[in-house]
Write a protein that binds this ligand. Structure first.
Ligand code: OAD
Length: 255
């Protein structure tokens, strides 16, 4: 058995005995659905300045910077479909091995794959809200207008500040979601972290809270993370390959 197989076996064993398992995911789990990550090889923040593109301060001054990137990139995110990694987490939840998935992603793919309890720490990219009149609109409808309208305008009041319902840099995270994520982490017996660089807080604090409260930590990520040293199981590789192997063993065989 090589290192990866042993890791899969150990992760499956921990999860098959989990009563209050919790997952935390980041951009890496959606990489194989065709959505680029933020950091690392091919990451969005190598091409764009996150402060200028995704901070509330710059957005309020000129929403076009955000929407120009969205014109280029947003279609792929809206068209993306869940991959086997998302589906494996849904299967673990259905089997009672995970209570919820806490995600930093805004792509909605966990919900699409069948996960029922999804806690979105950074909001949802599937809707847009007018900051002038409060009207909400599906993101896909705004996306379809970007070629002829920059920045996009509210179809109700004509305002030019249509903001996706995601958390931009400089904005507070949604408090109910944060509270619930930490509450679940403090009661988790197994914490499964997937596809996140674990450098953005407070999301990265969630596995720490779980470990401090006694949870056993599993990390599945393409590259090393700052928390590999405190994890019981570390598997470096692609989530869409590793998670189905872990879930199949944890669910079917009881590992
Ligand atoms: P990052 O882009 O920082 O990290 C993604 C991680 O996924 C990296 O460590 C990659 O090595 C790993 N990865 C890439 N492909 C993978 C694959 N196929 N399988 C497994 N792992 C893979 O993304 P996040 O940690 O999610 O915030 O970033 C956190 C936050 O920073 C985002 O939510 C966003 C961003 O700025 C806001 O927009 C507020």
């Amino acid at each position: 058995m090589d290192g990866r197989d042993a890791g899969i076996q150990n992760a499956a064993h921990l999860l098959s005995n989990a009563l209050r398992g919790l997952a935390l995911t980041g951009a890496g789990i959606s990489a194989e659905s065709g959505i680029p990550t933020f950091r690392g090889e091919g990451g969005l923040w190598r091409k764009y300045d996150p402060v200028k593109v995704a901070s509330i301060e710059y957005f309020m001054a000129d929403p076009s910077a955000y929407w120009s990137v969205s014109r280029e990139r947003g279609g792929a995110a809206l068209a993306a479909r869940p991959n086997p990694g998302h589906r494996a987490l849904a299967a673990l939840e259905a089997a009672g091995r995970l209570t919820a998935v806490v995600t930093q992603n805004t792509d909605g793919l966990h919900q699409d794959s069948g996960s029922r309890d999804v806690i979105e720490l950074h909001g949802s990219g599937r809707a847009v809200v007018c900051l002038d009149c409060g009207r909400r609109e599906p993101r896909a409808e705004v996306q379809a207008r970007l070629d002829v309208e920059m920045p996009p305008r509210c179809q109700s009041c004509g305002g030019g500040k249509l903001k996706p319902t995601v958390v931009l840099f400089g904005e507070p995270l949604p408090q109910p979601e944060i509270s619930r994520a930490f509450e679940l982490a403090r009661h988790a017996d197994v914490m499964l972290v997937v596809g996140t660089s674990l450098v953005v807080y407070p999301a990265a604090e969630i596995p720490l809270a779980a470990v401090r409260a006694g949870a056993r930590l599993i990390v599945v990520n393409a590259e090393p993370t700052p928390f590999d040293g405190i994890a019981e199981v570390v598997i470096h590789g692609r989530a869409a390959e590793i998670l189905p192997a872990v879930a199949a063993r944890a669910v079917a065989t009881g590992a």
